[in-house]
Design a protein around this ligand. Structure first.
Ligand code: SF4
Length: 412
């Protein structure tokens, strides 16, 4: 399977061939394969039910996919996210695992030089390259809000996207408009799929999405020409099949009714649930709660105390107010208080009451006798029968014995 469809591309190398040429270590490549397996433990053909060695052996035969990357109305956050990959480091990743032919932010060239590179790559790899689009496309006033190299973003997308084998819309902006499309949407921002619905397009929404999700999709396509199974919004299921709330580390606080009421309060400092702060975790499908950002444990919005804004959901992020509380439809509403502890109230019979009374009376009587018999505290009026010394009274009830004789004497 591996390398079968794209291997016919002339002049392209396999990842193994490239690794031999450039000295990319086997260890670094195995680490990359293992990280890919963590990002996509199932649902991705290249990693499904395999060991890192199996994945490396398969991927080694894959022809390095030529990638063209276009940036439209964006903040470059998706590129920044990719820059944080460390297994292997970014240089090895874009030069030796994939073949990044064009990326306006990362390339040294600019102006006509860059335009020339783009045109050459489109011609050379026509029908074979994967186009990655970052940012939304402005369509208002026939796209005049964004021009590059004298062409509107709409024209550039039609040209470069039209000749691509597949398109990956990375980030919420390229997926459906994202931040630029928020009301009042002055530029008429849309996602790639709105302009090219007939193309093979995968949406990877998120602000930003996990870069290993992108690499998993790219390498699967390079391996066998297929795209991973997607949901109705064209998001690959292996990365978007669960909601944040199900796997949130603060979920126990949600179930216990422990909610942050305002930023900086005690609950916030203790890491309680952010539901009442507008957390959109219960209606957001993404893997952030288990695949943290920048490969640093606990680095993701909820992990650092910020409510989830639902950036992977078309109808949530940049559509609903950030601090609006989610209406729960499919899961139990959070408790407003703890449930009372159930107690059973049985009937107490008069006989049982009498027996308990007898027992209590016997214990109290025994205690009284013992206190008279064993008290050592002279003059303690709470001890019936105790008398202070020297009062001349005979028949003291104090027991005789060495202990009592040697005991402390109350002063007259
Ligand atoms: Fe986590 Fe948000 Fe769900 Fe609370 S509401 S458990 S913070 S996802």
């Amino acid at each position: 399977m591996f390398g079968s469809l794209v291997a016919s591309a002339k002049g392209l190398e396999s990842i193994d061939e490239r690794m031999l040429q450039c000295g990319l270590s086997r260890r670094a490549f195995l680490q990359f394969c293992a990280t890919l397996m963590i990002a996509a433990p199932y649902g991705l053909a290249i990693t499904d039910k395999k060991t890192p060695e199996d994945v490396a052996a398969g991927l080694g035969k894959v022809i390095r996919p030529p990638i063209l990357w276009l940036s439209f109305q964006d903040c470059t956050g998706c590129t920044e996210s990719l820059l944080q990959t460390s297994h292997p480091d970014f240089g090895d990743l874009i030069l030796n695992v994939i073949s990044l032919e064009y990326h306006e932010v990362l390339m040294a060239g600019a102006g006509m030089q860059a335009r020339q590179v783009l045109d050459e790559a489109v011609t050379k790899y026509a029908g074979k390259y994967v186009l990655v689009v970052e940012g939304s496309i402005p369509t208002g006033a026939r796209g005049i809000y964004m021009k590059t190299g004298g062409r509107t973003a709409m024209d550039v997308l039609a040209d470069v996207g039209g000749k691509a084998a597949a398109i990956i819309a990375i980030g919420s902006c390229a997926s459906w408009g994202g931040i630029p499309s928020a009301d009042p949407d002055p530029t008429g921002a849309v996602g790639v799929v709105d302009l090219m619905p007939e193309k093979s397009i995968v949406n990877l929404p998120g602000c930003p999405p996990n870069p290993y999700t992108l690499l998993g999709v790219l390498l699967q396509f390079a391996a066998d020409g297929t795209l991973p199974e997607s949901d109705a919004q064209r998001r690959p299921k292996f990365a978007y099949d669960r909601d944040i709330h199900e796997h949130c580390p603060r979920r126990a606080h949600f179930d216990a009714g422990n909610f942050v009421k305002q930023f900086g309060d005690e609950g916030h400092r203790e890491g309680w649930c952010l539901y009442e702060m507008g957390c959109k975790g219960p209606e957001t499908h993404a893997g952030c709660s288990t695949r943290h950002f920048n490969e640093i444990p606990d680095v993701w919005p909820i992990g650092i105390g910020a409510p989830c804004i639902g950036c992977t959901e078309k109808s949530v992020a940049f559509r609903k107010p950030m601090f609006e509380v989610v209406q729960l439809h499919t899961i139990a509403a959070p408790p407003t208080s703890f449930a009372p502890i159930p107690t059973t109230h049985g009937h107490i019979s008069p006989v049982a009451t009498a027996l308990v009374g007898l027992a209590v009376g016997a214990v109290a009587g025994g205690g009284y006798v013992a206190s008279r018999k064993y008290s050592m505290v002279l003059g303690d009026e709470s001890v019936p029968g105790a008398r202070p010394p020297g009062d001349g009274a005979s028949g003291s009830s104090r027991p005789s014995g060495p202990d009592n004789d040697a005991g402390p004497k109350a002063s007259a």
